[in-house]
Structures are given as structure tokens and as C-alpha cells.
Design a protein around this ligand. Structure first.
Ligand SMILES: [Zn+2]
Length: 549
């Protein structure tokens, strides 16, 4: 078990960008503190909480607009926002922001679309109109104007908002990529995406100290009606298991199979980034030596691609012959990667991580757990990556087994209400207030799916089935599930809540047991993309094949 490697992604070796463009997954985030605080489900969960009649402490203490951003206030504090005099000022601001983002992703900065462009004008009109209704339907405090619009020339379908570390404020602008405008989605569907982003800004999800992105954890048994996240009780076992799974998956990837030989998965997992950099450099240094490894990526990717459901991004269960085949494919790929591809590589895990994140080696070592350092000491780079990745996969399987033992349910039962789900939820009352179908953002989620998957999702929804929830390491959940969810929420607006569910009870030492399984944290150094929140977790613009998303 000493040979593993990493992710295969790289078909596009040239231009790296190992990471999601607006990528913000914090899959590697919140594990350590998982069980302790129960910051669960406060106001971001429901629209009315901030104007529900309780006294507003920030108001009473004069903390709004006093020059200091109070991110935790019930209403948005204007001190938390960077306002722009005009569109040109917003473009200028974002141009500087994009330079950092691009540098951190090893890609050229993207161009902005001029305000005279028809796409800009159309989107601007939507944003103005959307804001007018948003400000009526949701608590926006003293925010008295629509955010500026920045349109980025990028075929990727996405939109996002951003926190600016330089001035420590949220840019009062919504960034929209041309791919989103050109998708051909309906006006209400586009407005839904705009509302999602407005909520990330207005509810201050994008502040670095905004707190946990996952607010409520629970489990749903097969056949049990799918409840709405914000209405649930936080369940300690689900909380502990989700935290462990997200932490480990954020480090290694979402498919914890021993047969992967330690090849990391997931487009933005930490080990994926390191693996991509390793392979890219080895190929650049000696293409001939890496030819065999590159050849073997193909069948490996094809095998996985054929078994990953586009409906939820998860790998179908493998039978014995399939496991044997994957074992062979992974082993062959890793063997060629180790020798000759990276044989001459003098890369070392810690200096490489330091370089990728722009920090010193000492800073990296200070963040690593000693047991991790020991685990990889003296190994060639490929084996360092594979050993750590395989360790995380093994821990994920341990979490799975523990959850089954504790609750009789596997990890497919796990659910969590995240700030992403809260942002989706916020679109429902606003779209309703505008006279549009309240679940119209669901059209966007369907439109973004490849046609065959879109048809499959539409069939599921038409039958009233609950689509698969998605990869737990992405706090956005799967597109088809999101479409289902906003429709369910829209129906609920008029319907009474279902009876309270009985939460799964925890054994006394459960949280500690899951934390132990989650193991030591890998360091997670800040990158500019971490300060953005997008409509979905975008895959890298170039790089990983689909299985890796
Ligand atoms: Zn989002």
C-alpha cells in the first residue's frame, strides 16, 4: 500500500489552473470545530428573523454605520460594504481583484465586458429590477441602492460576489460571467441566480469570519419524505459525520476507494491541487518520460467517467470485477507516473504546498500535524501524495462504517443546510413577490445540466421523486436536487409544515469518535478564490476531466 498517486486530471497540461475559478468550496473547512458549537440555523435560515420584532442590539448600540463592520448584526451593516461611485469604479476595482485571482490560479486575467455591450445592458436591467424587489422582500438594512454589475468575459456559467481583503469589505457588486447570460435561461431563472448572489452579499456569507457555512445537519432514511433543511433540528451524529466527511473529502476527494491507489479526486481537493502541479511539472520537464503515464490516464478516466452519475456527481457502487479493473488501471497509471515520469523529480510535498499557496515552508510545517509529516517522510513526491490521500480515504470508509453502526444508515442519508441552500431558499419569496414562478431558479439548475441529464432530472421531478442529494463535499448540493428543493419550498409557502421528525440520538462519545476518525487537519492556506461565493462550485476552466468534478 505504498504506491498511490493522485489525480489524474490533467489533460490540459499546459495551462494549469488547478482550481475552480470562483471556487469556494470549503470542503476542507470546518471539521475541527464541528461538534462544539451549535450555531445552527439562526437568521440566515429564514427570511423573517431579522425583522421579527426582537430588539436589534446593533441598532440599540449604534453599531450600524459607525465605521466598523459588524458582520454578526441582524441586518447588513453598511460598514461591511465597499460602494462604488459608478460602474467604471466597480470595473476598476474588479480588475485589480481579478489580477490576484488569476495569479493564484496560474491563468491570465479575464477581460470585462463594456457597459455598452447588449449583454451588459440586459443583465443590468435585470439586476436593477431584481434589487428593487429583493429590498422589499428581504431585510437589507440601510443598503439603499442596487449593487453594481461587473460582466466577465468567460464562457463558464457562473456568477459570484467577493470580499476584498485589501479593504476588508464586501464589494457591493455582482459579478456575472458571459456564459451565464448566454445560457439562454429565462428572465426569472436569471433573476433567481442574481437573488442567490445578493443573499451571499446581503447576509454577509462572504465575510471571512461569517462562521460556519453548514448550519444544520440531519439524516433522511430511504423512503422517508425529504424535509426542508432550515426546518430541521441539528442532529449530533449527522453533524459529526458530515464534518468528518467534508474535511477528509476536501483533502483527498469524494471517492474513498482503496482501488484508487491513493489517486486524489475532486477538482478542488488539496491533494488534487498538489497532484496536478506535480504531474504538470514532470510532463514539462520530460514529456517522453511521462508519455506512458499520460497514455494510462485515458482508460482510467474513461472507467470512472462511465460510472459517475452526472445527476449527483457520485460514483456508482462498483461490483467485484469493476473493483479489480479499477485496481489494475490505477496501479498501472501510478506505476508509470512513479517511474519514469517523476523519477527525476525533486519535488517535496511541503515546499510544493508552500509554493502553491504562496507561504513559507515553515508556515506549512507549522500547520501540518506531526503524524502527517512522519507518514510521508523520505518518500518520493508521488508516494507522499498517494500515502496521505489513501490515509484520508481509509478514514472516510471508517466514518461510513461508524455511521452505519450508529444509525443504520450510510452516508447517502446525510443532509446539511448550508449558506448555499439558504441563498437558494431566499430566491423563492423574492421571485414570488415579482410575480414570477417562485421556483424559477430551478430552471437555471436544469439548464446548466447536459441535455441527457436534464431530461433524466425533468423525469424525476415530473414523477415527484426526490433526486439524489449530491456530493457532500460541495455545500451547493446537486443541481437536480436544488431544482427539486426550491419547488418543494415554493409549495411549502402555501402548505403547513410536516410533523416534526424524531432526530437520531447520539451515543455519548459519538462526536469524539468521528473527530478521531477525521484525523489531523491538513493545512488550508488562504487563496483569493476563497473570498468569493458563487452560484455553484465551478470546475476548473481547463484541466480535470468530468469524473473529477
Ligand atoms: Zn452560492
Amino acid at each position: 500500500m505504498m504506491r498511490r498517486s493522485t489525480i489524474a486530471l490533467l489533460l490540459a497540461l499546459a495551462a494549469c489552473t488547478a482550481d475552480a475559478d470562483t471556487g469556494t468550496s470549503d470542503g476542507a473547512g470546518d471539521a475541527g470545530d464541528a461538534a462544539d458549537d451549535d450555531g445552527a440555523g439562526d437568521d440566515s435560515a429564514d427570511d423573517g428573523a431579522t425583522d421579527g420584532g426582537q430588539p436589534d442590539a446593533c441598532e440599540a448600540e449604534g453599531r450600524y454605520g459607525d465605521g466598523t463592520c459588524d458582520g454578526a448584526c441582524a441586518l447588513p451593516d453598511t460598514d461591511c460594504f465597499l460602494f462604488f461611485d459608478d460602474h467604471a469604479a466597480a470595473d476598476e476595482w474588479f480588475t485589480g481583484y481579478e489580477a490576484d485571482l488569476a495569479a493564484s490560479e496560474s491563468r491570465p486575467p479575464r477581460a470585462l465586458v463594456d457597459a455598452s455591450d447588449a449583454r451588459f445592458a440586459a443583465m443590468r436591467e435585470l439586476l436593477e429590477r431584481g434589487w428593487a424587489s429583493y429590498a422589499v422582500e428581504r431585510p437589507v438594512g440601510a443598503l439603499d441602492r442596487a449593487p453594481e454589475l461587473v460582466v466577465i468575459d468567460d464562457p463558464g456559467v457562473n456568477a459570484f460576489v467577493a470580499f476584498d481583503r485589501g479593504v476588508e469589505k464586501i464589494g457591493w457588486a455582482v459579478m456575472v460571467q458571459t456564459g451565464l447570460i448566454e445560457l439562454g435561461a429565462s428572465e426569472p431563472a436569471l433573476l433567481g441566480v442574481v437573488m442567490h448572489e445578493l443573499t451571499h452579499a446581503v447576509d454577509r456569507h462572504v465575510l471571512p469570519d461569517a462562521g460556519e457555512r453548514v448550519l444544520i445537519h440531519y439524516q433522511v432514511a430511504p423512503g422517508e419524505p425529504e424535509p426542508l433543511g432550515f426546518e430541521q433540528e441539528d442532529e449530533p451524529i449527522a453533524r459529526a459525520a458530515v464534518a468528518a466527511w467534508r474535511k477528509l473529502g476536501g483533502e483527498a476527494g469524494p471517492y474513498p476507494l482503496a482501488e484508487l491507489h491513493g489517486i486524489p479526486t475532486g477538482s478542488s481537493s488539496l491533494m488534487t491541487r498538489v497532484f496536478n502541479a506535480t504531474l504538470q511539472r514532470a510532463v514539462a520537464a520530460d514529456p517522453d518520460a511521462c508519455a506512458a503515464a499520460l497514455d494510462r490516464i485515458e482508460p482510467f478516466n474513461q472507467f470512472l467517467n462511465a460510472r459517475i452519475s452526472p445527476l449527483d456527481g457520485l460514483l456508482a457502487p462498483l461490483d467485484e470485477p469493476e473493483r479489480a479493473e479499477l485496481d489494475l488501471l490505477s496501479g498501472d497509471f501510478m506505476a508509470a507516473l512513479r517511474d519514469p515520469c517523476t523519477l527525476a523529480s525533486d519535488l517535496d510535498l511541503f515546499p510544493l504546498i508552500a509554493e502553491l499557496f504562496g507561504v513559507t515552508v515553515d508556515e506549512v510545517l507549522a500547520e501540518f500535524d506531526p503524524s502527517d509529516v512522519e507518514l510521508v517522510e523520505g518518500l518520493p513526491i508521488v508516494d507522499q501524495i498517494a500515502t496521505l490521500t489513501d490515509d484520508r480515504y481509509r478514514r472516510m470508509r471508517e466514518v461510513e462504517a461508524m455511521l452505519v453502526e450508529d444509525t443504520g444508515l450510510d452516508t447517502s442519508s446525510l443532509r446539511y443546510f448550508s449558506t448555499e441552500e439558504a441563498a437558494d431558499d431566499s430566491t423563492v419569496p423574492v421571485l414570488a413577490g415579482m410575480g414570477f414562478p417562485p421556483d424559477a431558479v430551478g430552471e437555471f439548475f436544469l439548464a446548466i445540466l447536459p441535455p441527457p441529464t436534464r431530461a433524466e432530472c425533468a423525469d424525476l421531478l415530473a414523477r415527484g421523486d426526490v433526486p439524489p442529494y449530491g456530493d457532500l463535499t460541495d455545500d451547493h448540493h446537486a443541481f437536480c436536487f436544488r431544482a427539486y428543493h426550491v419547488a418543494a419550498l415554493a409549495d411549502r409557502v402555501a402548505a403547513p409544515a410536516t410533523a416534526a421528525r424524531a432526530p437520531h440520538t447520539a451515543r455519548p462519545d459519538a462526536a469524539e469518535a468521528y473527530r478521531r476518525a477525521a484525523g489531523p487537519r491538513l493545512p488550508r492556506f488562504w487563496r483569493p478564490g476563497d473570498d468569493t461565493r458563487s452560484a455553484w462550485l465551478a470546475p476548473p476552466r481547463q484541466g480535470p476531466p468530468p469524473w473529477n468534478r
